[in-house]
Design a binder for this molecule. Structure first.
Ligand SMILES: Nc1ncnc2c1ncn2[C@@H]1O[C@H](COP(=O)(O)OP(=O)(O)OP(=O)(O)O)[C@@H](O)[C@H]1O
Length: 897
């Protein structure tokens, strides 16, 4: 359908869509919207989401393990066990499904807080003129006339009606990072138009949904929306998985390590249960139960719950999370790339100077710079708000009536300059190009320079002198723009960047941006949180260095965008990590510096920003990128966590994972802390679950060798596992140790292995002590009744010990600054203990094969548990002593305690 509209003249397209260049009437738009919504509902969007969730839950490796084990149990003709394992799978899946749906809803609500809108023309009725209206992108309908401006997301598939200097980033569709020029008509162009077989994104008159406006403006009519767009079709054909984040990677590693353990557990358990002594089916059943006992099936549920809670808490702090795992990524972030304007400075530019090419004050240069700003804003009104143009026009008079603008090559961050084309009354057949932009980018386009003696050719010495003036002023923090002029015969076609040449340099205008007084404290907080700052700016290197100093940072090595282009990826990685690269002060750029210096990448364009982010990730850093401009979008997408602000252009907000209410680094520090808190609870669950599961398995295997019967019946193993798993869900609501908030947090499987290796055997040891005491002190040896007594004693002891494990291992201990356990955790531990004590007296006792314990069991339980609790605390305190002795650079221990 889209291709059909491509070659046709605008009028015919408008007629085909039953609309006009003034837009749809409100009534018409409403009717089309209702139809569009009915279509979407019939297309089963809700069902598709449910199916996606079901697929997610059903393919969860832990659920698959449980289903497999349930099948094995069914084969061994133990329907009770099979049903119990099956119910475990169903329960964890249902809880997870509910949590996923909740999580999705929460994420959708959060995303709604940052909705993207589109500007459409609508008419009250057929006779009225079109009026611009902002509507949420989902409400754009076919036939709507849309206005496009820099930073806008293209809300649907559009056919251009008119445009000025429009360039669109189509990387999402084509992977091509250079923006493509778009224009309504192919007249007066040097190259022939693309043929009818050209791909849709190559057609200059089409702007496709999912792409974004980098510069210029346009007016276009909507041809297709939602599921009918080219973008939606592409997604259906090749659904792209979201890139794996640092957090996903960690969960995956830990999950597979656990699954490998589960897989190994069955044969090992079989070996231990001496097939000669017990029937093989029983032995297999017991081994399967042990494997189930090892499976932390609640892990995905705990992860989603902690994330959803974290996201909610962050919203209160003014941090909107658009993708739930980004909460963890915030906590894992160890490097923050940020630009200078608005992060270190207030982004309130003030005009400070207007200089001729000799560096002397000259009002004439300011007049031309103002003409450029005035007409750039007039021709591309949506681009208004550019801080440099605003500063130029702050106290300016409107230009004289005899000057008109005929065209513009608007500003973009690749060229770092803006040009307007003017015509003056009385100068028939002549065009005047006025260009202003970064000195390094305008000077090479200049062939002459204006002096007191008239315009003279620009010599090499003169160029050096101009560069020296720029450096000298930039070192004071002044941001200079060069202003150039060209008078040439009028062109009969649109102007393009290639026309910006043969200019005469007039001079410079200068601006100052005040350092943000709140920046030093916030930067200090980030440093204490262990997050290294890397400055990535489109500005002059000396301005960047000066801004660093003004905000209390020590500028480190400075690398220019142009230098980056000369480096291969491997060379860039080496430069980033090497301590002796091209640096004046030889500090690695990857944030592993010890001198606290801030690396600076200056005069970088949008693609170079993304490249820096990519390189930092490659060398192992977890990278956040903070930015709010069109030029930040590629880097926001390339980062582990893209961070933008509510006031940013749509494109930046759409590209980000996290949106801050204000451009305030201390809000970000709050977000990082919350991310770590969320992460801390997830890690706690994994540690405790794996430790006590492993401890149980070891003690049960040992007991199967020592005892003439199985230490627990398979059904009892499963019941015990279910109770403990459910009680551990409380950890999602626990308080977190300050030590967990101190540095960037990532899953470290080695750390988990160390923890489990210490505490797992300790639990097993006390289980075995309990076995021994039961064996010697209780009448367990007297036939079948004795076995049931032993099983009951072990189950009760085990559940009580797990309640203790939960309380003791949830933190490092009060001595090491652990906050008290949250009420939910305390309640869960009590509930688990009570269940353990009451289960043998309940109606479930019979089916589970439990009997009431004799009074003699009480002192045995008391001795074992007191011994276990005391040793657990002693070992824990020793285990975490290293943590306490390490210096606390964050000072968080004091603030939380
Ligand atoms: N309206 C404008 N007209 C001409 N040149 C401009 C304009 N705005 C910016 N420039 C030039 O382009 C350079 C890069 O601007 P850009 O906005 O891409 O940088 P940035 O990365 O956002 O910078 P920062 O780190 O300060 O936020 C500026 O340093 C300036 O020299």
């Amino acid at each position: 359908m889209l291709a059909g509209f491509a070659g046709r003249p605008p009028l015919s397209v408008l007629r085909g869509l039953e609309t006009s260049a003034r837009g749809l009437t409100e009534a018409d738009a409403e009717e089309r919207l209702l139809r569009q919504e009915a279509d979407a509902a019939a297309g089963g969007t809700g069902r598709a989401v449910l199916l996606r969730h079901l697929a997610l839950v059903a393919t969860d490796p832990f659920v698959l393990v449980l289903v497999l084990l349930s099948a094995v149990t069914a084969v061994t003709r133990d329907p009770g066990g099979a049903v119990l394992i099956g119910s475990l799978a169903v329960l964890s899946s249902l809880l997870r499904l509910r949590q996923e749906r909740r999580g999705d809803r929460a994420a959708a609500e959060l995303r709604a807080l940052t909705t993207t809108t589109a500007t459409v023309l609508r008419r009250a009725d057929a006779g009225s003129p079109g009026v611009e209206r902002e509507v949420p992108v989902e409400q754009v309908v076919p036939g709507d006339v849309v206005r496009l401006a820099p930073g806008d997301m293209v809300p649907a598939d559009l056919r251009l009606l008119s445009s000025t200097g429009l360039r669109v980033d189509q990387a999402v569709l084509t992977g091509e990072s250079l923006p493509a020029a778009k224009r309504a008509a192919w007249t007066g162009q040097a190259a022939p138009p693309p043929g009818p077989d050209a791909p849709l994104f190559d057609r200059p008159e089409l702007c496709l949904m999912g792409t974004s406006v980098v510069s210029g403006t346009g007016t276009a009519v909507t041809v297709a929306t939602g599921a009918r767009t080219h973008f939606a079709a592409l997604q259906r054909d090749v659904p792209r998985a979201a890139p794996e984040t640092a957090f996903d990677r960690g969960v995956r590693t830990v999950s597979w390590a656990l699954i490998a353990m589960v897989a190994a557990a069955v044969p090992v358990a079989l070996l231990f249960t001496e097939p000669g002594r017990t029937p093989w089916s029983h032995a297999l059943l017991f081994s399967v139960s042990i494997a189930v006992a090892l499976t932390p099936e609640m892990l995905p549920l705990v992860v989603t719950t902690t994330l959803a809670r974290g996201a909610k808490a962050l919203t209160r702090d003014g941090v909107i999370v658009k993708r739930l795992p980004a909460v963890h990524d915030l906590g894992a972030m160890d490097t923050l790339c940020a630009d200078k304007t608005g992060t270190l400075t207030l982004d309130r530019l003030a005009l400070t100077s207007s200089l001729d090419a000799a560096g002397a004050p000259d009002e004439e240069v300011l007049r031309w710079a103002r003409l450029n700003a005035w007409f750039a804003t007039e021709l591309v009104p949506e681009a208004a708000g550019d801080t440099m143009d605003d500063a130029l026009l702050a106290d300016a008079e409107p230009p004289e009536d005899d000057v008109h603008a005929v065209d513009a090559v608007p500003f973009d961050s690749d060229r770092r300059r803006a040009t307007v084309v003017l015509r003056r009354d009385g100068h028939l057949g002549r065009d005047l190009l006025v260009t202003k932009g970064a000195v390094e980018d305008v000077l090479p386009l200049c062939a002459r320079v204006r002096t007191a003696d008239g315009d003279v050719p620009l010599t090499e010495e003169e160029r050096d002198r101009l560069a020296a003036i720029t450096d000298e002023r930039s070192a004071t923090g002044e941001r200079l723009l060069a202003v150039g002029l060209a008078d040439r015969p009028a062109a009969r076609r649109d102007y393009a960047p290639g026309d910006e040449r043969g200019l005469t340099l007039l001079g410079f205008v200068g601006f100052q941006d005040e350092p943000d007084p709140s920046a030093p404290a916030a930067l200090e907080r980030l440093a204490r949180l262990g997050v290294a700052l890397v400055l990535v700016t489109g500005d002059h290197p000396l301005v960047a260095v000066r801004t660093c100093r003004d905000t209390g940072l020590t500028p480190g090595r400075v690398v220019l965008g142009a230098e980056l282009d000369g480096l291969s990826d491997a060379e860039l990685d080496a430069l980033i990590t090497s301590p002796d690269g091209i640096a004046p002060n030889s500090t690695p750029l990857d944030g592993t510096r010890t001198d606290g210096a801030t690396p600076v990448f200056a005069r970088v364009d949008p693609r170079q920003k993304a490249r820096v982010v990519g390189a930092l990730r490659r060398v192992g850093r977890t990278v956040g990128f903070l930015g709010d401009g069109i030029n930040d979008a590629p880097a926001l997408r390339a980062a582990d966590v893209g961070i933008s602000v509510t006031g940013a252009v749509d494109l930046a907000r759409e590209s980000a994972d996290v949106v801050l209410a204000g451009r305030d680094l201390s809000v970000l520090a709050d977000g990082i802390t919350e991310g770590r808190r969320t992460f801390g609870n997830g890690v706690k669950y994994i540690r405790i679950a794996v430790t006590s599961n492993l401890g149980n398995v070891v003690s049960m295997l040992a007991a199967s060798v020592l005892l003439p019967f199985m230490p627990l019946l398979p059904l009892q193993v499963l019941a015990q596992n279910l109770l403990f798993d459910v009680s551990q869900l409380c950890l999602a609501r626990d308080r977190v140790d300050p030590a967990d908030l101190r540095g960037p947090r990532t899953f470290d499987p080695r750390d988990l292995a160390r923890f489990v290796a210490v505490f797992g055997p300790l639990g097993a040891l006390f289980d075995l002590v309990a076995f021994g005491l039961f064996w010697w002190l209780l009448p367990v040896r007297a036939g079948m009744g004795g076995e049931a007594l032993f099983h009951t004693g072990f189950l009760v002891e085990n559940l009580l010990a797990q309640a203790l494990t939960l309380l003791v291992l949830r933190g490092r201990g009060r001595g090491r600054g652990s906050p008290r356990a949250s009420r939910t955790v305390v309640a869960a531990a009590w509930l688990l203990s009570l269940t353990a004590l009451l289960l043998p007296l309940s109606p479930l006792a019979g089916p589970l094969g439990l009997v009431p314990l004799p009074p003699a069991a009480i002192p045995v339980l008391a001795v074992v548990l007191a011994g276990y609790g005391a040793s657990l605390m002693i070992v824990r305190n020793r285990y975490f002593r290293a943590d306490a002795e390490a210096p606390d650079p964050s000072g968080l221990a004091e603030s939380v305690a």
